[in-house]
Design a protein around this ligand. Structure first.
Ligand code: MEV
Length: 310
């Protein structure tokens, strides 16, 4: 028998890095998914991997160690005692910033659940995917695996005292077009999250001010989403990008992508995910604006993906 599973890619509209410290974030699943198929090949532990996922050049090579740890952690957590063949696929273009590792962990956990008829619910699958995520992020907030498992538009707040995280559903009036710009650079989440911690430890009061600004901004963002005020939402995304620059997680390529998107008329643009590479998200309601922004990004030599959120 072959067990099958899937995990959603994600984008973070508000809150990357801040969520690690228990502040609320707003992630949204993408339409693109990673799929996993698992099959028992023999007794004894371990696995053979066939990775057919499309990816940014260099992504898989740079992340080899992380993925070995990720898969092993999911298998251990789910107490798999056979050797498996794991085949990954799907249309999620793997790059930093789209939750590719979380989508992979969720897909594998779901496939194992099916293969062994474990009957795990989403909450249990999410715990297994989180376990996999600890391989890449060190101290993951859980935002990526939560988006990968549940899908949709969410509010996410990590419980920093160890209890259950807060997960809420966000409903918006109608889906809105976005463009993702790919910096082409792969970032290591553990490293970038670690640098933010160092910055916070060495400048506690300065960084606290940035965190406080983020809290106020995210409150406004929730209202803007509720009112479907996309102009306001875009402005807040721009401000969120500035805060991320201040905590040193942007980079030249991401800033160039943000500028290109805004100059072409995007209502707002910011890095999304880990930063220092990976992806930028631009808010571009309407097919015409979406096309224009995607072209502007491509004209600068970067790849652009057009999709919708909500
Ligand atoms: C990565 O997609 C999001 C980060 O906030 C890390 C995390 O929340 O675990 C950078």
């Amino acid at each position: 028998m072959v067990g099958k599973g899937k995990g959603f890619g994600k984008t973070i509209l508000f809150g990357e890095h801040f969520v690690v410290y228990g502040l609320e974030g707003i992630p949204c699943a993408l339409g693109q998914i990673t799929t996993a198929e698992v099959e028992i090949i023999s007794s004894g532990k371990g696995y053979e991997l066939i990775d057919n996922r499309p990816a940014t050049p260099g992504y898989k090579e740079e992340k080899t160690g992380e993925y070995v740890a990720l898969i092993s952690r999911v298998l251990d957590y789910m107490q798999v005692k056979d050797k498996l063949q794991i085949t990954l696929g799907g249309d999620l273009y793997c790059a930093s910033g789209v939750g590719a590792s979380a989508a992979c962990a969720a897909a594998i956990a779901r496939a194992i659940n099916e293969e062994y008829k474990l009957g795990w619910n989403d909450e249990q699958i999410n715990k297994a995917a989180f376990e996999g995520e600890t391989a890449g992020s060190g101290t993951p907030s859980g935002i990526d695996n939560t988006a990968a498992v549940y899908g949709g538009f969410l509010l996410f707040k990590k419980n920093i005292t160890g209890g259950a995280n807060k997960i809420g559903v966000v409903k918006i009036k109608k889906p809105v077009e976005i463009v993702l710009g790919n910096s082409g650079k792969t970032a290591l989440t553990k490293e970038v999250v670690g640098d933010v911690k160092k910055l916070k430890d060495s400048n506690p009061s300065e960084v606290q001010k940035i965190f406080d600004e983020y809290v106020a901004l995210e409150e406004e963002a929730k209202k803007a989403l509720q009112n479907y005020d996309l102009k306001k939402l875009g402005e807040l995304m721009n401000k969120n990008h500035e805060l991320l620059q201040k905590i040193t997680v942007s980079c030249k390529e991401l800033d160039e992508l943000v500028e290109a998107a805004r100059s072409a008329g995007a209502l707002g643009a910011k890095l999304t995910g880990t930063g220092r590479g990976g992806m930028m998200i631009a808010l571009t309601p309407g097919k015409e604006l979406q096309e224009k922004v995607a072209k502007a990004i491509e004209a600068k030599g970067y790849a652009a993906t057009k999709t919708v959120i909500g």
